[in-house]
Write a protein that binds this ligand. Structure first.
Ligand code: GCW
Length: 642
């Protein structure tokens, strides 16, 4: 059945009115002209081929995918060197609204990162545990349903591509990095499905990428090895990927999760991850396609009794010795934190330790650990903090100047609101905008999104900011404290379970006992993780007094009576933030009730806020009770702890 998207997110028809009511000239055929033609048909304007125009869109010169907009008495002109640049210039004009047509200073913009990529974790088959989309909280896949391509829904995929292009995204990986048997075949006999999917994305300047299994030569090619140095394996990849690139000339390349959580990889053959990645790069480079190789490699079968292994070190230990060994067309894709997309982690030390490797920063728009699109959690403040972090201190470059690309795990699906929680659309929007321009502030991006999506009056705008601006810190305040992470229910990862992962093989421990809590990752007495950072952060993180409060338990094991930089004890901080977090969610719910918005959006968010309040109370009570029982120390304010 074709699922109709009833809420077109931040590109409602009304947003096109300023363009669609005017005379517009587009000098090149293709998507830009089609968009303008549709806008004019809807709003009464005219697409002209010559003569006077209020708006002219034209290709000129050579270079990057940026654009320039000039506005004077004679009209507005958008210029770009590439068709993709003109698409971005068109959407920038939409964002500007009427002001695009009043004389003003020239606007010139180019993307900070040449590749701005979204990784879908979509399966072709319904996976028995993970479902259609791994960690998907927005309904089913936009691309596949129960084993089959959603061919009838290609128009919706086109709408989706348009939405992504409107925020500057230019690359999409279509399938899950955990590649199961059916999905492995997207490379070979199911390749026609990728050909079909590539078309709507191509229209908007977005290249498609595929997640592939490292064992594909065995799974698909009948070989008895996947050893990256074996000539038969190499030629299988060269032939297979050559065929893919022939059928899809703008194929972006492959994405690989290897030697991680059960996925096959080069370790089985005593080879390095550079050997594996370079083999694929060699096959793809002649066709202008690339390799994304994930650094998320760790031992997920760790003995919890083993205190010498620290999962937070794993990516660093595996990858930094290979700096300089990767081919030019390999991008090593690094999760933002050393563990796994927790609401609060230090920035991964890998990002500062591989200067001779092209790196991508990977963030998680899908809210696996941040409320699963049931809780309001606007993530731009987190991402912005990461991008602004300076691993070498104030004199060194920020992460935004250290990595070459930005990647987000997608939060979209066939839900009528695209993202399950309607307000989670802002995360997708913000990811694209930050990847284009990391100097934008989270509040200004949110403001853009609010304007485009709701066209609100001042009160509604302020209300949306109240509910969303600080929602990530609110989420942090009622979940695992002070950067210790996890404490979620094992498996699905929703809701609290303080000891859920404590005695498991996953390497995610908090070590709480009657005396204290936290992971000693110091060089002096712990796992040495703090020493993986350059100066000054190695010293800051090593020091119990200098370590930022929000990361204290990520880096140190301390008594409950330890006094934080804030002046509060750890135990009192836990109680205070958990009570406060619930109060803030309740206030957000009240604020929301008073907002006048589209009734469908209002009702959906209102229902989700009820769930968020319920869940926040559950978090508060389990965390507070757990630490009260462990420590025996009461709340100085005498509030109810069970
Ligand atoms: O956070 C974990 C998720 C897995 C995911 C993995 C990864 C795709 O729980 O579902 O697998 O990260 O990033 O590879």
């Amino acid at each position: 059945m074709t699922n109709v998207i009833t809420h077109p997110a931040w590109l409602p028809a009304a947003a096109w009115r300023p363009i669609g009511t005017r005379r517009v000239r587009v000098d090149v055929p293709g998507t830009v002209r089609d968009e303008v033609e549709a806008a004019c048909a809807a709003h009464g304007g005219r697409l002209v081929t010559a003569g006077e125009a209020d708006l002219t869109l034209t290709l000129t010169g050579t270079g990057h995918d940026g654009y320039a907009i000039t506005r004077d008495d004679r009209g507005t002109t958008v210029t770009a060197a590439t068709h993709a640049g003109l698409v971005h210039g068109l959407f920038a004009t939409v964002r500007m609204g009427e002001s695009a047509f009043t004389p003003g200073p020239r606007v010139a913009s180019r993307p900070a990162f040449p590749r701005r990529m979204l990784d879908h974790w979509d399966n072709v088959d319904v996976h028995p545990v993970m479902g259609q989309v791994e960690r998907g909280y927005a309904g089913g896949s936009l691309f596949w349903s129960a084993g089959a391509l959603r061919t009838a829904d290609l128009p919706r995929i086109r709408d989706y591509a348009r939405l992504l292009a409107s925020v500057g995204i230019n690359a999409v990986a279509l399938n899950n990095v955990n590649v199961h048997a059916t999905e492995a075949r997207l490379l070979t006999d199911r390749l026609p499905e990728i050909e079909l999917l590539a078309e709507p994305f191509r229209r908007y300047g977005i290249r498609v990428h595929l997640a592939v299994s490292f064992a594909a030569p065995m799974l698909l090619g009948g070989l008895d090895t996947a050893d990256p140095l074996d000539p038969a394996v190499r030629s299988w990849w060269a032939l297979t990927l050559g065929e893919v690139c022939e059928r899809i000339p703008d194929f972006g390349g492959v994405l690989v999760k290897a030697d991680s959580e059960g996925q096959p990889g080069p370790f089985a053959y005593g080879r390095t991850h550079a050997d594996g990645a370079n083999m694929l790069a060699e096959a793809l480079a002649p066709h202008g396609a690339t390799v994304h190789w994930r650094a998320f490699v760790y031992d997920h079968r760790q003995d919890w009794r083993d205190r010498s292994t620290d999962r937070a070190r794993a990516a660093y230990d595996h990858f930094t010795p290979l700096d300089g060994a990767f081919a030019d067309t390999v991008t090593v894709q690094v999760k933002h934190g050393p563990m796994d997309f927790q609401p609060r982690e230090p920035v991964s030390p890998v990002l500062a330790a591989m200067p001779r490797t092209r790196l991508a920063l990977e963030v998680q728009a899908t809210q696996e650990y941040t409320g699963q699109q049931k809780h309001v959690c606007y993530l731009a403040p987190m991402w912005s903090e990461i991008l602004r972090f300076r691993p070498r201190g104030d004199d060194g470059p920020p992460i935004a100047g250290t990595v070459g690309e930005l990647v987000a795990v997608a939060n979209t699906g066939d839900d009528p609101f695209w993202t399950g929680h309607p307000l989670a659309q802002a995360n997708l929007y913000a990811f694209g905008r930050l990847a284009w321009d990391p100097s934008l502030t989270p509040a200004e991006i949110l403001d853009e999104w609010i304007t485009l999506t709701f066209d609100p009056d001042d009160g509604t705008r302020a209300g949306l900011h109240d509910v969303m601006d600080d929602s990530w810190r609110t989420y942090e305040s009622y979940t695992a404290p002070l950067g210790v992470g996890f404490m979620v229910r094992p498996g699905h990862h929703y809701g609290p379970d303080v000891d859920g992962y404590e005695y498991t093989p996953w390497g995610t421990y908090h070590f709480a006992d009657r005396d204290g809590v936290g992971v000693d990752r110091t060089v002096a007495t712990g796992t040495g993780f703090a020493g993986l950072y350059p100066y000054p952060w190695n010293g800051v993180y090593e020091s119990l007094t200098d370590c930022p409060d929000e990361l204290l338990l990520f880096l140190h094991h301390v008594p409950y009576t330890h006094v934080l930089r804030s002046g509060r004890t750890v135990i009192q901080h836990i109680y205070d933030t958990h009570f406060d977090g619930v109060t803030r969610v309740e206030a957000a719910r009240e604020r929301w009730r008073r907002l006048a918005l589209d009734p469908d959006v209002h009702a959906r968010v209102a229902a989700l806020l009820d769930e968020q309040v319920r869940s926040a109370i559950e978090w508060r009570d389990q965390i507070n009770t757990y630490f009260f029982r462990k420590s025996g120390i009461g709340d100085t304010h005498g509030r109810m702890i069970y």
